[in-house]
Structures are given as structure tokens and as C-alpha cells.
Design a protein. Sequence first.
Length: 595
Amino acid sequence: MGDVIQLLPDAVANQIAAGEVIQRPASVIKELVENAVDAGARTIRVLVVDAGRTSIQVIDDGKGMSETDARLAFERHATSKIRKADDLFALTTMGFRGEALPSIAAVSQIELRTRMEGNELGTCLCLSGSKVESQEPVSCPVGSNFKVENLFFNVPARRKFLKSNATELNNILTAYERIVLVYPQINFSIYSNGQELMNLKSGLLRQRIVDVFGKRFNQDLLELKVDTAICKISGYVGKPESAKKKGVHNYFFVNGRFMKHAYFHKAVAQAFDRLVPMGMQVPYFIYFEVPPSDIDVNIHPTKTEIKFENEQAIWQILLAAVKDAIGHFCEIPQIDFDTEGRPDIPVFDPTQQVVAPQPTHQPSYNPFVQSHPVERPKKRVEGWEQLYDQLPNHQQDPMEAEVFDIADKSPAHYQYKGRYIMTAVKSGLMIIDQYRADVRIRYERYLSQLESQTVSSQRVLFPEIVRFAPSDTVILEKILPELQTMGFELTDLGQYSYGIHAVPAGLDGLNYVQLVQDLVHDTIENGKSSLEEIHASLALSLARHAAIPQGQVLSNEEMENMVNELFSCSNVNYTPDGKTILCILPQREIEQLLG
């Protein structure tokens, strides 16, 4: 048998690396913007066309590259960030592997214009599928200008599995937010198809958070700051009243790098234990500074999973820091120095003689002697016998008659603890979860109304304003026609804010702002792209909000109507998300339990 192990060609090896690093247009922007940050840029501009499918351009005013460096930067594992293996444990830059640029070049067409300060001319380098097509001198400003076109043009399978433009643009903005929150001292701007999405000026961290997520965050943030020998923790956590179930902005950063860390997230959640309702989370923006030798970022291609050497100790420090921030918020005393119109409080004078109060009592009082109450004469009602002249001769308890009349009119349903409807069926006892049953009923109703476009809406007395993050606005614009079909009337107020002027009929008492936000976040989490999937996602989210809550007491007539409507649905056993609606306790099991 001959040899079977062969060295892969460079073209194949580059595309394997591209599969690890470059998953979608957001990956390209992340790598290029991080390179611009490492190059010392003070202003970074990003321009995308068709959510990055057609073109991605990143312009920075950093150090730039020489003619030789520009050519060498697209070779695999060519980097200026590290020199030896030990450097992997002392990283101070965002990139270090030297894989990003060759991986991008392997699946796209790139034009790079770059010039270093002090050079009269820069370099223009053109590549297509890792092959250099041309390199020539060019006049350009100091810095680098990367233009990536026709992403995945030579990998059709990868391009085929890209999501819709709205979803990909949402991913781009999500990745962009993770970078701009780390470097508030850098000016960032991003454009989509010529339209400005974000324009962030340099400033303080708190101002950067407000610029990205809205002014409402400014009043909900508690400062976090602690400095120990193991690590330094800073940033902000939300107040307990800012907790939400969906769309919560949770960010961890370590040494300027975004990370996901479920263990540290539990520390923040534990600090807010019993302060926020179960299932809700508060936003936080927490920054760790640890010695580079105490962490390992080289355990995952995306560099979002980071291993800490002193993980348990940092967990304890984080928990104490968050609790301290909450304590300062809750325990600040309110001091009011306005004494006008207030009663005077006497000041103690030690020289003045104090006279003790003299107690008084009534010697003749005996608590065991009852006083005789004054009897009032009873007024006699005349002619009361005439009230019963029209009654039939037979005597029957009116309560008994009412019970038997109700039992004869309709089958009786029983409600257990405001959550379950119990009713007798031929085979035993049927138990129905009233909330899940109402979700199924309303889901099919909303879905039918969406398909037939027969939803009625009602205008709100006072319009409410709902604000989104830039990444959420992209999805909102996508589902806005469906929201209007459902009965919502939203108007764009600018700066990612929308006015709610009308809602679907029958949603009285709900928080409309939270409802619209949850509709958008559910669509983002589900990742739906086709119109039918979006309709199903919106109908389910709206049904969950509009369904009767657990604990609501229902009359026998209301329970009867719910049971009848449930059994007219297409699926009576499960909710749209697969949860069980009802179960039947067989008669034989009841007899065995009581036998």
C-alpha cells in the first residue's frame, strides 16, 4: 500500500483557516477593525454594501504598512504581534495568530491602500483568492484602507448559507458594538449602503455606553470599581429596576477583549438574588484587567472563550464588587436641609432642671366590673308576612336550588390554584394548563389574522416611545410591515427611537414598550428569515404576552369557553414551542389511589 498522508496545497489550507476564522461578514469586520486598533488608529470608519456581501471597507489612520509588510501581511502566520511561543502568554494586542488577513484573502477579492508616516507614496495591493494580482505605488493618506469585495466568491457553499441582509447586518453591528465599548477614546463610524448607522465620538466610557444604547441607560447604571493584587475590575452594572427578560446587554471584557464567561455571569446574577424577579437579568458592562500571563486566549478560534488562572478568586472579587455597588445605591441617606415651616425641635440644656412627669389614676376603676349597655327599643316591622304570600307551597333551600340549576345547565369545571382547569371526561379527569391553553388559542388566532390581514387595532391615548440599539433596529425595519399588519402603528422618531401610536385590540393593561422590544428580540433569538417563520415567531411572542397570567381566577363560563376554543385548535396537546397543554388522569388510577 502506498503513502496516504499528503501535505495540503496552500489554497486548500488557506480555505480551511478561513472556515475557522471567517464565518460571515461580521468576522471580516471584527478582524479588520481589531487590526486598526492594534495599529494605533484614532479614527476608524466602516462601510458595508449589502450587509457585506458586495463590499466591506475599513479605513483607519493608524501607522500603516510599508511595501514589504503589506505583501507579507497576507502570508499565513505572518504577524508583528508575537515572535516566540512565550509571547502567547503575554499578549497585549487583539490579534496574534497571523491568520486573519490570509483567511480573508482566501475567500474574497481585496484591495489594500496603505502608507506609513514619513513615506511620500503608499502601496496599493490587489489580491483575488490569495493570489496577488498587482502591487504598485499610490498616493494615499497615512493609515490603511482595506476594501473586501465579493466575499466567498470562490466558496459557493459558504455564501449560500449566509442569512438575509438584515440578519447579517445585525451580526455586524453586534460585533461592532463589542469593539467600540472597549475603546471609548477612538472615533468610530459605520455606514450601510451609504446610510450612517453609528457615529461615535471619543469620550468617557459612560458616554460611549449612552451613545450606543440610548440616554435611558445613563440613569440605570451603577459604577463598579475595585483594585486588588489579582485583578482590577471596573465598569457599570444596572440597577435592579432595569432588569429585563429579553434583550439584556451583558458584556464582559478582559484586557480590552470581549469574552463570554458563564461562571462570572453567575456571580453577577447571585449579587442580584432576591432583588430582581426570577428569570430576569440586569445589564452590565464589566472590564477586567489581569496580568497577560494569568489568562489564555488561545483556546478558541474566535478568542471569546478565555481561561483564567485564578478563576475562583476573581469570582469572589466580582461578587463582592457588584454587591458593594448595589449597597452604595441602596444605602445613601437622604438629607434635607430645608427647615422652613418645620416645627422646632427643642435642644437639650444640661443646666435646666428636668421635672419627671406625674402619673395619674382613677382609684374607683375596676376592669372586671361590666358596665350595663343601654338597651334601645326594637322597631317592629309591620306587614312582613305579605312578602311570602307569592311563594310556592313547597319549601326548598334557595342555595340548593341554585347549585342544582347550574349543574343542570352546563358541565362544571374546577380551577386549581388559579393555574389549572380540571374537568371530568369519559376516561377520567382532564387537567389543562390555562396559560398554555390560552397561548395556543391566541397563537392560532393571531396567525390566522396575519395571513388574512384582518387584525383590528386600537389607538393609545398617549403615544409611548421605545428605543432600540442600532443592531436591533435592523431587525425591526425587517419585521415592521408584519407589525403593522398585526395592528401596531410605529413611527420613526430618529436616533433609533420609535413612537407607538396604536396596538392590536385586546391588549389592555400590557406594557407596550416592553411588548414591542420582546417581539424584536424574539425574532433575533429565533433567527427567522422566511415570511412564514417571521409570522409564526411574532404570533407566538404576542400570544405569550396577551395570554391570561397564571393565578387569574376564571368563572365557570370562562373556563367552558376556553376548553371549547382549545379543542377547536389544530393541536390541543402542545403549545407552538412544544410544551404540554393537558393531561388526563385515568379513572382506574384514581380508583387505585383511593382503594
